[in-house]
Write a protein that binds this ligand. Sequence first.
Ligand code: ADP
Ligand code: MG
Length: 600
Amino acid sequence: MSPIVGIDLGTTNSLIGAMDAGFPILLADADGEQLTPSVVHFPQNGEPLAGRAAARMRALDPAATVYSVKRFIGRRVGEETDGVSYALAGERGAPVRVRVREREFSPEEISALVLKKLRADAERALGCEVTRAVITVPAYFNDAQRQATKAAGELAGFTVERIVNEPTAAALAYGLDKLGDRSKIAVFDLGGGTFDISILELNQGVFQVLATNGNTRLGGDDIDAAVISDFRLPHVAQASRFARLQISDLSLEADARLHEAVIVAKHRLSFEDEARIDLPFLAGAESFTHTLTRTELERLARPIVEKTRAHCLRALQDAKLTPADLDEVILVGGQTRMPLVREFVRAIFQREPNISQNPDEAVALGATIQAGILSGAVQNVLLLDVTPLSLGIETFGGLMNVIIPRNSTIPIKAGEMFTNAVAGQTAMKITVLQGERELAKDNWRLGEFELAFERAPKGHARVGVQFEIDANGILHVLARDTKTGAQKTVAMTSAVDVSDEAVEKMLEESLEHAFEDMSDRVFVEAKLKSDELLPAVRQALAQAGGELSDDERALIAQRVTEVETALATGAGQPLQRANTALDAATQRLATLLIERALRA
Ligand code: ADP
Ligand code: MG
């Protein structure tokens, strides 16, 4: 079986990973690089380039080099669709298209080229065909953006097994699925061009997004641009050996070199106090030399990083939380390696951020862990998978008795004790059901088997029924006669995991029929009660009826008729009321019986 890979399809950079002997690892390309720039270049002649080779062309051939296309995926013309160096096409309101060298592409097609490169790298690294993937998207992506991302994966030859939220993947990589239920987490993600803040809550093993906020035009790129524009100012020109030429006059190639050098320096300044930028012959005979200090970089970056604060506060407000309510704050995105960013996070959330993972790898690692979970390669972790529909057994009267409710996290084990409904019964039929309807007949029947037990008076047998869904999603049903210890286990392989469509339909039907289902259940339960009540009343009348007055006997007879009528019409609530009335009418009869028994 082809392995499932995990992919972080980023605005700036993308990564791919796979499980290796139970551990998530990121895969490198032929040059040993794990980070693949999400850039595609279309040369004058020949095949498009994706990744690092394309990124190098960005400054040299801006009109034919497509970057940050994630901004446009699943979007329509007019929704924040501008500010890139390549051309966009499409009528206002129509899906955005990218125009390069007289040709038009959908953002999915561009993303697919990046994904294809990742796929080829993974196949080379793993030595086998790779056709299945988990791909991450920002938590705020709407359905169109998610569908388009899925389509990009399919164009690249993947079966997209799941689309996962980036903050969820990151939390998984940080191991936060091990936190207690109801834990709350902030995921602070500052990448190259986007800032996302997400507040998640762990709910029975599943991360729920309480709030998201952010800015699709805020990231490390802005810091790079701030440094470069500062170089244009006279004080830098004087300090550097680059006096005569204005930086704004640089050729495209020189500009690209400068840009690259600034980024390298910025990265170094996350770990060092100074970084020297040395660009010999940047413009003809002129060289550029400058020592950038961390203090200088921070001065330029501060107003940019400051912008994250308001988004964080708004997200907290939307989630109705204060920083003190959070259990963890994690860092995601390459730019959060910068000490200044960490300082801001500390101040905003009033706590130390968790820095146990590489921030630019966390999303891809989490996607890989999720892929491992789906392929069964990851065992001892809490599964993010949940039961799409309730599982239970049919009980007396044809009702659905839920044992594992829908949306339970698997693996899971749950059980319940049942008894015999009929005296002298010697076996119990266990019918395993899946679905949301109240009546057994409306749910799906997964299978059935019988458990024999010792003959017992009504209500005396004790049969425990236990459901267990293992990490592979297989349901094991165990039934045991607690008296004798006799038991039977049956594995139901077929159902549990049903298609999204079927689940959707079941949920729709259960909503649609909620009222009638409820009254069906009320009727069945009331009927069980009548079935007990009527023979008991008959018997009591035979024994002690003579001690009642004529009026009393007439009232009981009337109440009995009412119960019988309600039974015949099949209406739940009237039957419930008739039962209660019969119960009330026979109070004195019951007392007489007890007194008799005491006398005897
Ligand atoms: P995205 O999720 O948007 O694809 P990434 O998470 O890969 O982006 O982040 C890319 C950004 O992180 C770039 O602006 C890059 O310069 C910045 N970055 C990467 N490493 C460092 C570092 N060591 N110090 C500061 N910034 C860094
Ligand atoms: Mg990212």
